[in-house]
Ligand binder design. Structure first.
Ligand code: NAD
Length: 492
């Protein structure tokens, strides 16, 4: 049996035990900070995936399936506390995978890991049911009431940018609703999903309820999992193109899907905004997590009277960012997650210049003269003066960069913000309350923030319109996806 947590070797977690992959294949996990190999990960083959799914299926009719809602919710509260008790282990695992600043993972990623279980444990206890009394043709009465059954085996496919947060955002409600899961974390960030298996065992979650398989997407663990006939629902967070591939795979056997996909999010800064707050908030939304946040801003529209000042202040703030590893003194921005991803972001940096952008700041790779030069760091970058048709304005880059463009009227900026294939989120900066309420509902996205960004209440709907997603999760929306409703009609 392979052991945990930040280990040089990762097995799969199937039926409550760490096991090697029978495929005989492994792949390497590279540190984003140094470019060095830090772990060898077992790649699940089709047989391994089959074992994991069958373990999840069997667990549905074991002790887990027989538990009362209160017992299940209690176990998930224990799990939340156990994650918090092992906070430092999760922190180490997360920063080993992503290279993000320790302070960021401490503030956002790890607390949300625990909260995702506690929140849905609370919610499931309060889940009510609809009830109708019905007149029957013979002059009698019937009652109708709804019940929520677990959907079954849920495939959870998660990305690398917020690995623990986004994986538990799906596993939390899935388990609260009584399902079992097979998780396929990103091949780039295998640590925290693996570690979570140990904590599941420690708190007494029955074996087979939570399983982890490692590997890639096409012709690997991701594809094998989403094609498996015993999988009842697929919840996926990742790129829009991957969502298209998974949707085809989900069509076989007609499995339900929930998709949280890419974004090309706009921030709108009106001239009446509090510019201190708008600059600080936009810094956060563009550069947090090195720009690798689906909710991040890559398009900034600024009303003309404050345009020059805003550009100059954002430039100054971006040039003040401190790049470094998780524990670099004063670090505010870590590396991109992989060499491949940095190559992709750099290709957009080059394209912006070819398209005639004014490079306000950044545009390349920083040189440190130390170990960090082996890592995947990139300069925070701001452009202006690109055409609205440029790929820089239209495609998701997923790096620490944005384009700023002036606008002259409310109607113009609403049209600009909506001129996108994506519809995930938007941030509006204004001190005019009427304007905020007038503009916010007109932006074609799933989430709008006014004078803030990334403020989340887990009971609210989360998801995107257009190419940014299918369905909503969060609060009752998660409970809806992770359950099957049945109506019971009783003639009295
Ligand atoms: P990705 O789509 O490349 O990979 C996500 C996961 O899908 C990985 O586990 C990968 O192995 C798996 N996968 C890839 N191809 C597959 C296939 N054919 N079948 C099954 N699984 C497959 O995404 P990424 O690069 O890891 O993450 C970045 C993307 O995620 C960005 O586009 C970002 O906007 C998006 N994202 C969206 C949200 C949201 O809530 N809307 C949140 C975070 C990230």
């Amino acid at each position: 049996m392979l052991q945990q947590p930040i280990l040089p070797e990762h097995g799969l977690f199937i039926d409550g035990a760490y096991v090697p992959a029978t495929s005989g294949r492994t792949f390497q996990k590279i540190s984003p900070v140094s470019g060095r190999v830090i772990a060898t990960v077992h790649e699940a083959g089709r047989d391994d995936v089959d074992r994991a799914v069958r373990a999840a299926k069997a667990a549905l009719s074991g002790p887990w399936g027989k538990m009362s809602v209160a017992e299940r919710a209690g176990l998930l509260q224990d799990l939340s506390q156990a994650i918090n008790a092992r906070f430092d282990d999760f922190l180490e695992a997360e920063i080993a995978d992503t290279g993000k600043p320790r302070s960021l993972a401490r503030l956002v990623d790890i607390p949300r890991g625990g909260a995702n279980f506690a929140t849905f444990a609370d919610m499931i206890k309060n889940l009510g049911a609809e009830f109708f009394e019905t007149a029957t043709p013979d002059g009698g009465r019937a009652i109708n009431y709804g019940v929520h059954r677990p959907k079954g085996v849920i495939a959870v496919i998660s990305p690398w940018n917020l690995p623990l947060l986004l994986m538990t955002w799906k596993v939390g409600p899935a388990l609260a609703c009584g399902n079992t899961v097979v998780v396929k974390p990103s091949e780039i960030t295998p640590h925290t999903a693996t570690l979570l298996g140990e904590v599941m065992n420690a708190v007494g979650i029955p074996k087979g309820v939570y399983n982890v398989i490692h590997g890639f997407g096409p012709n690997s663990a991701g594809e094998f999992l989403t094609q498996h006939p015993l999988v009842d629902g697929i919840t996926f967070t990742g790129e829009t193109r991957t969502g298209e591939a998974i949707m085809k795979q989900a069509a076989i056997g007609l499995r339900d899907i929930s998709f949280e996909l890419g974004g090309k999010n706009a921030a709108i800064v009106f001239a009446d905004a509090d510019l201190d707050k708008a600059v600080a908030g936009t810094m956060q939304s563009v550069f947090s997590n090195c720009g690798q946040v689906c909710l991040g801003t890559e398009r900034v529209y600024v009303e003309r009277p404050v345009y020059e000042e805003f550009v100059s202040r954002l430039k100054g703030a971006a040039e003040g960012l401190v790049l470094g590893g998780p524990d670099t003194q004063g670090v505010s921005m870590g590396p991109l997650v992989s060499e491949e991803h940095r190559d992709k972001v750099l290709s957009y940096y080059r394209l912006a210049e070819e398209e005639g952008a004014t490079v306000v700041t950044g545009g390349g790779v920083p040189q440190f003269g130390d170990e960090r030069d082996g890592g995947f760091f990139i300069q925070p970058t701001i452009w202006t003066d690109l055409a609205d048709t440029s790929p820089i304005i239209r495609e998701e880059i997923f790096g620490p960069c944005c384009h700023i463009r002036p606008f002259d009227s409310e109607e113009e900026v609403i049209a600009l913000a909506n001129d996108s294939d994506y519809g995930l989120c938007s941030a509006i900066w204004t001190e005019n309350l009427s304007r905020a309420h007038r503009v916010a509902p007109q932006i074609e996205v799933g989430l709008v923030w006014v004078n803030s960004w990334f403020l989340r209440d887990l009971r609210t709907a989360f998801g995107g319109s257009k190419k940014s997603g299918i369905g909503r999760e969060g609060g009752e929306h998660s409970l809806e996806f992770y359950t099957e409703r049945a109506n019971i009609c009783v003639k009295l």
